[in-house]
Ligand binder design. Sequence first.
Ligand code: HH2
Length: 258
Amino acid sequence: MGVVNVTPDSFSDGGRFLDPEAAVSHARRLAAEGADILDIGGESTRPGAAPVSEQEELKRVIPILDALLSLDKPISVDTRRPAVMKAALAAGASMINDVQALAEPYAFEAVAATGCAVCLMHMKGEPATMQREPRYDDVVGEVKGFLKEALRKAMFAGIGRDRLVVDPGFGFGKTPKHNMEILRRLPEFASLGVPLLAGLSRKSTIGHITGRPVGERLAGSLAMALLALHGGAKILRVHDVKETRDVIAVWQAFQNDT
Ligand code: HH2
């Protein structure tokens, strides 16, 4: 899954693709490099980010989505807002990626009647404050319990299991230690019975481990991608598609003994 951030303030590429033409050509490049899904986001969820208005989010996301439909690739929209979900699905998106796991009122209704795929992600708190000393007794137990309940609610609302994926939400209300524990114990999420998505690309845990600024985290991101595959992740949400494709190829060759 290639990341297309149409925002001025995303943590790694904020402002680079706010111009619609730049966003579209970036997305086309990710598709050409081998992304199976393009994930368009119009609101940064980095720690400390301020929310944007619904109007602004729609203005950023929908024109890019329209322009990318001709690529004939599944388009995911990264949003927490039911109105944006509805507009995106009406415009042709095939997946909703919600870092709040459909927590807004009417979010279930916005997606249930369509056939779209849905990513339910765990986040502790709100982006504005989530990195202020997050605490867990058992981070994997809590995150997994949350995702199990989110899956139950989604299925109760009429979203079939075959449409759902889950994501532990690396960096969303978690310290580097929490993130590494989740990564180490990723195989435990398999019992949720749906594919697992992992978003580790360029994140601050890599900076914490390597001491590198956000623009120099490619090698760390690729190491994280391999560890996520090893732990059972089926979808990797990444900024660097071409390089991650090579990691996947190596992983697949290793798996297949070729
Ligand atoms: N991470 C980010 C945004 N959306 N969605 C899922 N499912 N999983 C993630 O780990 C995830 C996500 C944050 O990364 P990015 O989009 O690069 O930054 P920003 O939120 O600042 O736009």
